[in-house]
Design a protein around this ligand. Sequence first.
Ligand code: C5P
Length: 238
Amino acid sequence: MRGSLIIALDFPNVSETEGFLRQFGQEKLFVKVGMELFYQNGPAVITLLKDKGHDVFLDLKLHDIPNTVKKAMKGLAGLGADLVNVHAAGGKDMMQAALEGLYAGASANQKRPECIAVTQLTSTSASQMNREQLIPGPLLNSVLHYAALSKEAGLAGVVCSPFEAGAIHEEIGRDFITVTPGIRRANDAADDQKRITTPQQARNLGADSIVVGRSITRSPNPLQAYLQMKELWEGITC
Ligand code: C5P
């Protein structure tokens, strides 16, 4: 999954999702299904995407007691998701239980889904973390702490801001994957994202994969936007 451009399918239903994907013809994509699409449409969405040959990041950010997360992950592995995630704040035992569930749920002929962790949400500010979670100090300290805990638990990487990717690689190692949202082309609207980078900046900052939503999904020409983003991300000059 390293080097992927993951498209966030933030749509409310299957028909909008299918309408969007139709514009890509036979192109095999790496797509992200979040809570909006999954909670309203269920596991059938994942089966549909896998049947079309796409790789799927199921972004449900699990956070519960270890046993519950283990059982939930067993089910998600059975659906054929390629990448799933948890909140590192759930603890090391919970993250290890997530991996056990994924091992138990993946069928014999199927690759076990990779699991990554959310450290601090990119919507959380330092002052909010200090005040509401009672974690003192800068946000990056907490991000690095949770990234190290995720590594200890055996996870493959973390979701983070491109601005955190370099420090995470320095502290945890180059093979620990950083998946980064908050990506826009130079002239795209930032929308509600606070700290955005272009695909090239994300690559230069050390991001291993990028997640792109509205710059592609809201574009008048999603295929063209995707191909442009991909060229920028892969460093191909046109
Ligand atoms: O439309 P946009 O490119 O901002 O979408 C980014 C996607 O990445 C959304 O699906 C959002 O939920 C997700 N995401 C994020 N920040 C995080 C974790 C996930 O923007 N920290």
